[in-house]
Design a protein around this ligand. Structure first.
Ligand SMILES: C[S@@+](CC[C@H](N)C(=O)[O-])C[C@H]1O[C@@H](n2cnc3c(N)ncnc32)[C@H](O)[C@@H]1O
Length: 263
């Protein structure tokens, strides 16, 4: 077990330094989930709710494919600014389909219910305490119609030991707009009792022969399968399907834990 103080989770988890680079990610994992969410949304009707919508990666695709209205909630002003910029430039035709609210996914009230609610790309784990995740899931429960569907995904925990600590892995290396952008993760801290990890999300940007580096420290709460199932069920949800990846492989065979829930 590694122990030390968790630090400064909030600004890191809101991408205070790196929001402008979020959308350069070209990995399969952030494309593979899009059709999965559309498929489940298509089993429902009415306005869709996305929590922690970021720069609109999923919402924009969803609005395009389903032609439905979306309500989005996101706490990071910087991510919301990116999202709004896309609605004003590349996605103008979706402006009247999407409403974005700055707010906390653990404490929100839309005063309406939804047939489809989603928390894509591990965002629930950005709430660094289990109690906050429960508050969030409770809000989801209150906002879900009786015939509604709720989908979220979290990652499957790995072994967080001395070998894990300090490791740097390149996530992607892309060229865009005259810049080379190399994104890596640097494992920073693990508390295997509280089940939290931190890594630095690092961007090296090379432009005109000059290199700059920016980072955010991301803090994740992680859950094993039994734990998250107990939490979800204790709040009244029924798990109607669970998968290990967006291609619907069995949960034991994938790195993700994707849950499709009803009331
Ligand atoms: C991994 S990103 C996912 C963004 C988007 N859903 C996607 O799939 O691309 C996690 C998002 O959670 C947001 N976030 C972190 N804590 C939050 C909170 N308490 N309430 C709402 N959003 C939050 C971050 O700002 C970030 O945009």
């Amino acid at each position: 077990m590694i122990t030390s103080q968790l630090e400064n989770y909030l600004s890191g988890n809101l991408y205070d330094n790196t929001a402008n680079y979020y959308d350069y990610d070209n990995r399969d994992i952030i494309k593979d989930d899009l059709e999965f969410y559309v498929e489940y949304a298509n089993k429902t009707k009415g306005t869709i709710l996305e929590l922690a919508s970021g720069t609109g990666r999923v919402s924009l695709y969803m609005a395009e494919q389903t032609k439905r209205q979306l309500e989005c909630i996101e706490l990071s002003e910087k991510m919301v600014n990116r999202f709004k910029l896309k609605l004003q430039t590349t996605h103008q035709h979706l402006q009247n389909k999407i409403n974005i609210k700055i707010g906390d996914m653990a404490d929100f009230n839309f005063g309406q219910k939804f047939e489809f609610i989603m928390i894509p790309w591990r965002a629930l784990q950005y709430l660094p305490e289990q109690e906050l995740a429960k508050k969030c899931l409770n809000c989801v429960y209150r906002h879900l119609e009786n015939n509604g569907v709720f989908v979220f995904d979290i990652f499957k925990p790995r072994k967080y030991d001395e070998n894990w600590l300090g490791q740097e892995s390149i996530s992607y290396d892309v060229e865009a707009e005259g810049k080379r952008i190399i994104r890596s993760t640097v494992n920073h801290y693990a508390d295997t009792t509280k089940k939290k990890i931190q890594y630095k999300s690092r961007y090296k940007i090379i432009e005109g022969g000059r290199e700059t580096m920016i980072e955010d420290l991301l803090t994740y709460k992680y859950y094993d399968h039994k734990e998250i199932v107990e939490i979800v069920q204790s709040l009244g949800f029924r798990i109607i399907a669970e998968y290990g990846y967006y291609d619907k492989r069995e949960i034991k065979d994938g790195d993700e834990m994707i849950f499709v829930c009803s009331k």
